[in-house]
Design a protein around this ligand. Sequence first.
Ligand code: ZN
Length: 454
Amino acid sequence: MSNKVVSYFYSPDVGNFHYGPGHPMKPHRLSVIHSLVHNYGLYKKMQVYRPYRASAHDMCRFHSDEYIEFLQRVTPQNLQNYTKYLSHFNVGDDCPVFEGLFDFCSMYTGASLDGAMKLNNNCCDIAINWSGGLHHAKKFEASGFCYVNDIVIAILELLKYHPRVLYIDIDVHHGDGVQEAFYLTDRVMTVSFHKYGSYFFPGTGDMYEIGAESGRYYSVNVPLKEGIDDTSYFQVFKPTIQYVMEFFQPTAIVLQCGADSLDNDRLGCFCLSTKGHGECVKFVRDLNVPLLAVGGGGYTLRNVARCWTYETSLLVDEPISNELPYTEYLEYFAPDFTLHPEIVTRQDNANSKQYLELITKHVYDNLKLIQHSPSVQMHDVPGDAFPSNDGVLLDEIDPDTRNPQIEEDKRIEPQNEFYDGDKDEDKADGTVSTPSQDKSKKPKSKASDTMDTT
Ligand SMILES: [Zn+2]
């Protein structure tokens, strides 16, 4: 089945950024995942790249100039000069200004863009960027821990070569930023599976949001209730994606693998196991369509690391042992030190079989209304975002030396504090967060009534 070429994009610095004390989004998880991927030996099965860094110009393909200029200029030190812009760009509690913010955006966005480029040039069949997947970012503002929407920018790049791009989102939150960007077009179909209801963030994504104008029926939403388990999830995921493939016939797929849909996530309320989550990734891999896999949410660090490491192994089609290899982060995985620890679910599945059947039927009925595989005429193909030889193929340098000095010299080290421990990540008593509890957990500014979470 798999002699697929897989490209993996990782900036060695991307895990060193810090949103601030107590913030659930921890870029450090990216260092942990990379260390596991490396120590499982999975790098031998992929082309490992230090990715391109997105410029402000790249970001402005989707975002407004004034918003990106703001991201470029604002720092924790000069924040007081920008007070009137903070609420305008929705920057503050959920989306704080931290040291190196623009560099962080540039790294995760550049990696998704690089992945799209490599797919366009047939350099690989699958591209992986666990640092990307920031699906809530909007054209004019930050949202839900996301500043620049790397997914939208990558899809715009794919559209230079691909007549139809499918976006699939398995994060526990609705993929609102991506849906909104492509709401009016029939060239991108967005399909999001997420918790909906009880004011769960971001509050959009009901089954009647189906797209508009030329994009009518090209936005697909699968609203789910809390506590969904592997069996129920796959019961709705598999037929939905099968119908979508049949009616839309995409030529490229972007899969957002948000890991906050896992059981015991700090912010999520679903009960997927790593294996169940991975089942969706495997299903999409086996569709044999060029694939960009990105990360997204995921707030119980050890489980996010397990999940994306396992999914890397699925994408390269290389089984890995349940026993975790030694890494400098091994202590995070106590007491079992395994890839697939036993799941103890503390939540009931609120999704009945009937409810899931109803949603699936609704999706099918809508998809039937679109024209079968619209033929999009390709006109002039715009130039690539950057020359294809820009990325450094780390494999070709030395798999054990991840920081060639030339590249090292070019990079700017963020001066933020380093990771402050796993303690604020998980509650000591192991209780599961519910969406309503999430609201109260985060410190809120009195003045603003911004939405929390991801
Ligand atoms: Zn999320």
